[in-house]
Design a protein around this ligand. Structure first.
Ligand code: MOS
Length: 732
């Protein structure tokens, strides 16, 4: 089915099942510990041996020699895979560095060997006996240095110039010119990267933890040099990904190689301390923002430049993209630059681009409001736009940013905020409120599904779409239930298997809208086939309560499958509505913080998010997405930073003791409001996405609240107490 004209009324609009805050249908499996995650496919693969990955001890250079003798003789060892014995390996389309390094080493902890043994302990012990001599060469590890030779990446972000930015900025009565930094961040998902590989002749099955099954299948085939048809990926449950599992990593490639070498299935999980440097991360940025405005707060010039780094052949963190669309302003300048760094591979992490981009832009907007003496909510409303500021003939499909801001201000009690910074005390706490706008584009991806109607009246959906903890099982079940007129418990959902039709996958917050739209398309086809089988006019048939009816005549849905299961397949393809209409999602974030006047410790006291993101398919799952994202925003504001060793080129704090994510004790009362929307340009579901939007703007709102509490403006994330302490007032 092609979606290229705005959606009209369709069966989803009944909202009998879709739009309800239903519990996860996979909840019982997860809460009883019986959902089989990649490393736990004991039933499918009862006899797996264990692989232990060895990561390179240098960031750049080459392996001079590897002494495997002692490891080979160690108890239980079955095989050792290295680049020297693995055969020809090719870099996958979605990887920047090779998944098995050697002799050349491209980054620290790049995998250089897999030791396979009967038990996990034997594999790990033997790995400790491998002796590697390296020739270490220098590399570029400091973004501030590398920035000087950074280049444009035309493909990712061409320079944008609208009007006369330099002239308008120079003549603006109120100006801001400030530079902000965001650090390298790690996805830090709960479930580590893990895979089990089993060969049957030349056919490979990989149970793996992966967000994008079709991409992964292609990359595994390319890496190993085997046909795609010979690779099956199975990923039914995923314990978080946040972009770190968009692409297959060394666990998958090495499990496959290890299983081939050992002649039996092999399971590999990346140990936590290997993940930060072996896999991908969100790269650090340096961002310069210039805003010029008239005295009444109208922005006349807006300029955003961003620098980030990656390995040769890598990509940039597009931190400027939201600035192209979020605020009006006649004169605009947008530039992103990519530096070459020899740090581990940079790539997407939840809301790539917008998350760090808004961390900077939304502090800048707060600073500008201060300079203007305007309320920061009113300043943003003053500069709202209903059209693409670069192409005024192109409207937003739907844009309720102003409504988000007003609703949020009202519900949070923003009017009680004291605009005089550093003036509210509660015992030892300096108390402040801050806010920020949130913005994330709404992307869509072709998505397919197969639906089966059984003689028992059950509807089964099969698609390679994944559920990374987002609630995909449930919203896909809800979609099929709504379309076929059956209760949710009559729907069976099967996900994450490359034997199923290719779906959008979980990325870029496109998963929920695109994958359910694919199920919508397949169900539309099933309705037609069913109606025809039952002798109804497909155009007139109503599907409700397990029955198909036309003009008072009703037949049970199951009857259509009496003489055999009915199976259809279709996909949704998106036309050019996204070109004609800018499709985005919007939020307003409000935060109250307390900063300890003596220690500089910041504690979040309350948080509110108001989101406008099209139809909300399941408010309970969507809320979970947003409160999780708000929690990630706390980490981003206050603690998360991969510390770079600039001499040796690696992330020093590569475990969860040193890389500090927000924990329960850091998270206060969180409230989430969804505006009532249905976007007919986004898909037949009229939905968008919230999983990334929920993070966009959160950290800046916290930074702004800290400024309101203390009067101290920190422009370098994370806002740790050492950055506040020297500036805090004397205790009094
Ligand atoms: Mo997302 S960073 O595209 O998983």
């Amino acid at each position: 089915m092609k979606f290229d004209t705005p959606a009209t009324r369709n069966p989803i609009d009944q909202l009998k099942v879709v739009g309800k805050p239903l519990d996860r249908i996979d909840g019982p499996l997860k809460t009883t510990g019986t959902a089989p995650y990649a490393y736990e496919q004991h039933e499918a693969v009862p006899n797996a041996a264990y692989g232990h990955v060895i990561g390179a001890g240098i960031a750049k250079g080459s392996i001079m020699s590897m002494d495997l003798d002692a490891a080979r003789k160690a108890p239980g060892v079955l095989a050792i895979v290295t680049a020297a014995n693995a055969g020809k390996l090719t870099k996958g389309d979605f990887n920047t560095a090779k998944l098995l390094g050697g002799p050349a080493i491209q980054h620290y902890h790049q995998a250089v060997a897999l030791v396979v043994a009967e038990t996990f302990e034997q594999a790990r012990a033997a790995a400790g006996l491998v002796r590697i001599r390296y020739d270490r060469t220098g590399g570029a590890f400091d973004l501030t240095e590398a920035k000087k030779s950074a280049v444009i990446s035309e493909r990712e972000q061409p320079d944008i110039a609208v009007g006369d930015f330099a002239g308008a900025f120079a003549s603006a009565p109120v100006q801001l010119d400030a530079t902000y930094t965001t650090p390298d961040q790690s996805h830090a998902m709960m479930e580590p990267h893990a895979s089990i590989a089993a060969w049957d002749g030349d056919k490979l099955t990989l149970w793996t933890s992966n967000q994008m099954i079709a991409w992964g299948r292609g990359d595994v085939a390319k890496t190993l040099g085997i046909p795609k048809e010979n690779v099956r990926l199975v990923s039914p449950f995923i314990g978080g990904g946040f972009g770190g599992k968009l692409f297959v990593r060394s666990d998958a490639a090495l499990a496959a190689l290890g299983a081939r070498a050992a002649g039996r299935p092999v399971k590999v999980a990346l140990p936590r301390p290997l993940i930060a440097n072996n896999t991908t991360h969100r790269p650090a940025t340096i961002q310069r923002i210039r805003i010029g405005a008239a005295k009444d707060g109208t922005i006349t010039a807006i300029g955003h430049e961003s620098w980030s780094g990656d390995l040769p052949g890598g990509g940039l963190e597009n931190a400027v993209q939201q600035t192209r669309l979020l605020y009006a302003g006649a004169n605009r300048m947008i530039r992103a630059r990519l530096a070459t760094l020899d740090l581990p591979e940079a790539n997407a992490m939840r809301a790539p681009g917008e998350a760090p981009g808004l961390m900077a832009l939304e502090i800048a907007m707060d600073e500008m409001a201060d300079k203007l003496g305007m309320d920061p909510v009113e300043f943003r409303i003053r500069n709202d736009t209903q059209v693409d500021p670069e192409k005024p003939e192109r409207p937003f499909s739907q844009r309720q940013l102003v409504q988000c801001l007003r609703t949020g201000a009202e519900r949070f009690g923003w009017s009680k905020r004291n605009a005089k910074h550093g003036s509210v005390r509660d015992g030892r706490w300096l108390v402040g409120m801050g806010m920020a706008a949130g913005f994330r584009n709404n992307l869509t991806m072709k998505s397919g599904a197969r639906v089966r109607l059984g003689a028992d009246g059950k509807v089964t959906v099969e698609t390679d779409m994944t559920d990374i903890g987002t609630g995909t099982y449930t919203i896909i079940g809800q979609t099929a239930a709504e379309m076929m007129g059956v209760p949710l418990d009559k729907v069976v959902v099967r996900l994450g298997d490359s034997d199923f039709p290719v779906a959008a996958g979980s990325g870029g917050q496109w998963g929920a809208n695109s994958s359910t739209a694919g199920v919508y398309a397949a169900c539309m086809k099933l309705r037609q086939v069913v109606a025809a089988k039952l002798g109804f006019d497909p155009e007139k048939a109503a599907f409700a309560d397990g029955k198909v009816s036309v003009d008072g005549r009703s037949v049970s849905l199951a009857k259509a499958a009496e003489s055999g299961e009915v199976v259809v397949e279709d996909s949704i393809e998106f036309g050019d509505l996204a070109k004609k209409f800018q499709q985005s999602t919007f939020a307003a974030h409000f935060v109250e913080v307390g900063v300890d006047i003596a220690t500089g410790e910041s504690r979040i006291r309350r948080m509110l998010a108001v989101c406008a993101a099209g139809r909300i398919l399941n408010p309970k799952q969507a809320r979970s997405q947003v409160i999780g994202a708000m929690t990630m925003g706390i980490g981003g504001a206050l603690s998360e930073e991969l510390a770079v060793d600039k001499r040796l080129g690696f992330f020093v704090n590569h475990d969860l003791a040193g890389y500090e994510v927000a924990v329960h004790a850091d998270v206060p009362h969180q409230e989430v409001i969804f505006l009532d929307e249905a976007d007919d340009k986004s898909s037949p579901m009229k939905a968008k996405g919230v999983g990334e939007l929920g993070l966009c703007g959160v950290s800046a709102a916290i930074a702004n609240a800290i400024h309101n509490a203390t009067g101290i403006r920190v422009r370098e994330y994370p806002i740790t107490l050492d950055k506040l302490l020297p500036h805090l007032p004397e205790m009094g």
